[in-house]
Design a protein around this ligand. Structure first.
Ligand code: GLN
Length: 191
């Protein structure tokens, strides 16, 4: 089974571990560099991206994360995790750091000006049926580079993207128990 870590310094870790385990992965929490070393792939959960980046810096995980992602380790970011994978942020906190790797600009709390949270059933490229998407103070992709594949959109903006070994969603596919987006990520690990 693929060894799939879930970044666990902050965020909704347990839901991801449960979903990954149910799909047959060897899923475990990642809080220190030795745990990151074990990973064939990594999930970056939802939470608070500024806090997650600060904690990663404090616990000496940020540079190892950047290195592994740059070297091609598959990673899947949801919501705050999408922000962590983005190369650029609009409306970020001053000096907010990311892991980077995804050639996108994300806007933090993008939908939040009108409404904090909402749910929608979205067509998702490569999946036969719509995905039930739960958005919680979610970002959207404001600009995507030429190598970024858009998998789903909401309100005219990309909310699921893939670029090579990196997958990211603005929403929380770990929340409603439908494992199809996680399965897509596990398929990326097999390549
Ligand atoms: N708004 C949060 C952030 O900027 C993300 C919210 C979430 O992950 N549910 O980090």
């Amino acid at each position: 089974a693929p060894a799939v870590g879930v970044f666990a310094l902050q965020g909704d870790v347990r839901e991801h571990l449960q979903t990954l385990t149910a799909l047959g992965a060897d899923a475990f929490a990642v809080r220190r560099p030795a745990e990151l070393d074990r990973c064939d792939g990594l999930v970056l959960p939802g939470g608070e991206s500024t806090t997650m980046a600060k904690l990663a810096r404090t616990f000496e995980l940020l540079d190892p994360l950047r290195k592994r992602v740059a070297e091609g380790m598959p990673a899947f970011g949801t919501c705050a995790g999408m922000i962590l994978l983005a190369d650029r942020i609009v409306d970020g906190a001053v000096g907010q750091e990311t892991i980077g790797g995804l050639d996108v600009t994300v806007r933090r709390n993008a939908f939040g000006r009108q409404v904090d949270s909402f749910e929608a059933d979205l067509p998702f490229r490569g999946l036969a049926d719509t995905v039930h998407a739960v958005f919680i103070r979610a970002p959207w992709v404001e600009h995507a580079g030429p190598d970024v594949e858009v998998l789903a959109e909401a309100e005219g903006h990309p909310v699921a993207v893939r670029q090579g070994h990196l997958l990211a969603t603005s929403f929380h596919p770990e929340v409603d128990g439908d494992g199809r987006v996680h399965r897509l990520f596990l398929e990326m690990l097999q390549r």
